[in-house]
Design a protein around this ligand. Structure first.
Ligand SMILES: [Zn+2]
Length: 449
């Protein structure tokens, strides 16, 4: 009988045995129980299949010696058992074990060849656990993971998986930073890359509670985005500001602006931002944003997005006027002036309240803000060119990457963990999860192989 036929027969016997358990004397009494038991049976079949596949990968007659990385010859010892945590639960397998008499290093050629990680999560489990861990607090995530996958993982494992993916993003970023400093690579881009016609960059920040620093427990997680869009910009100030961005990618870190600029430049090089025919940056009024843009992209169009610009109007209206009617009339008036780009009139309107008993402070803030940023608020000109002036993209990026996951009530983060989880989330939202996770599959491969 052929190997395959023998395997098939064995498998068939096993299926029959499991089916008898499910449908025999001890039958389920309800549909739900039947579903649960069927899923457990499918896991067992999966374990059997993976076990059989691993046995096929192993050489039937292992070589007596193999080369060791030290230059010596590792000698075959025996077949040793290992346990893998896979998507169908624990799978045991046996593989040849070698020992080098020179350096006393043990070796498992099969583990190296397949990127197996005995005693740890498989790459596939790590990817799924990480995906769960970046969406939910680790405790909740671990409960959900077990309920859905029937594989028990501790909240610590979920944290580890999420951080591992974030760590991989960091490594990828280091490669990008190296490329962005490599003259030859840049020249190659210049020759080969397709120049983006119109590319948008956006920058923002959100606070994260970090452990350890009593003086400054809330640190800025800076978030950047690169995107393009074919959506028409809104034609009235009251339209919906959500930008339907295509090809959006996010990056983030807790870093001083100078180092974050390095990351902005490096991720920008991956999008040929420096070669774009039109590069448009959107941000709020924060100083660090515009300094960074001026340093790296001096020719970019700078726009204070409409959402942030209009945020200064309502607080003054609230304190300056006694009735809601009057407030609404004033707000509408200022929004129209701003929409039409009449910054002189906008600033003058706030100026009238700078000595106001209650609204004075907010009004003075607004005057400073609009004076400092007026050259970034030429909205009629931007509209005429078809530029997006809303910041829905980066606003929602900040919310999704930072606020929703890292700013949950009571959460205090270790700096390194917060950064890694945020980077993993950014990869997920940028649809880069699978490419990042794939980079981790063959981690245990020796570099020379
Ligand atoms: Zn050796």
């Amino acid at each position: 009988m052929s190997e395959m036929a023998k395997l098939g027969q064995e498998f068939g016997t096993y299926v029959l045995q499991l089916t008898a358990e499910l449908l025999g004397e001890e039958r389920s009494e309800s549909m739900s129980e039947m579903e649960r038991r069927t899923r457990e049976m499918l896991l067992k079949l999966g374990q059997y299949q993976i076990g059989a596949w691993l046995a096929m990968q192993e050489e039937q007659y292992p070589a007596d010696v193999i080369e060791c990385s030290c230059g010596g010859q590792a000698e075959y010892q025996f077949r040793r058992e290992g346990t893998l945590l896979t998507v169908v639960g624990q799978v045991s397998y046996r593989r040849a074990y070698y020992l080098c008499p020179e350096c006393h290093q043990g070796q498992y050629p099969l583990d190296d060849k397949l990127g197996l990680r005995p005693g740890e999560m498989s790459a596939e489990v790590e990817s799924l656990a990480g995906m769960t861990g970046v969406q939910l607090p680790f405790g909740q995530g671990s409960d959900l993971f077990e309920a859905l996958a029937l594989v028990a993982l501790s909240d610590h494992s979920l944290a580890k998986a999420s951080q591992a993916i974030g760590g991989e993003v960091q490594m990828q970023e280091q490669e990008w930073i190296a490329q962005s400093r490599d003259e030859e690579w840049l020249q190659e881009q210049d020759r080969l890359a397709q120049r983006p016609e119109r590319l948008y960059g956006a920058l923002d920040a959100a606070k994260v509670h970090i452990r350890g620093d009593k003086e400054h427990p809330w640190r800025d997680m800076k978030v950047g985005a690169w995107f393009s869009t074919t959506a028409e910009p809104p034609q009235t100030p009251d339209e919906d500001w959500e930008i339907r961005a295509t090809d959006i990618t996010y990056y983030c870190d807790i870093l001083p602006a100078r180092q974050f600029g390095t990351l902005t430049w490096a991720t920008g090089c991956q999008h040929q931002a420096h070669l774009a025919q039109e590069l448009i940056f959107l941000g709020d009024g924060a100083d660090w944003i515009w300094k960074l843009v001026e340093e790296y992209y001096p020719d970019a169009v700078q726009i204070v997005d409409w959402f942030h610009a209009t945020e200064y109007i309502a607080p003054v209206a609230k304190l300056a006027f006694a009735t809601d009617d009057k407030r609404q009339v004033w707000i509408k008036h200022i929004r129209t002036l701003l929409w039409e780009g009449d910054l002189d009139a906008v600033i003058q309107a706030f100026d009238e309240f700078t000595e106001h008993q209650r609204a004075g402070e907010e009004a003075r803030k607004a005057v400073t803000y609009f004076t400092n940023n007026r050259h970034r608020m030429r909205y009629p000109e931007y509209r005429a060119k078809g530029y997006q002036i809303g910041s829905g993209t980066i606003e929602s990026g900040c919310k999704q990457i930072v606020t929703q996951r890292l700013k949950v009530a009571g959460a205090i983060w270790e700096l390194d963990n917060a950064v890694k989880v945020a980077k993993a989330r950014a990869a997920l939202l940028s649809r880069q999860w699978h490419s990042v996770a794939a980079r981790r599959e063959y981690l245990s491969l020796p570099l020379a192989a």
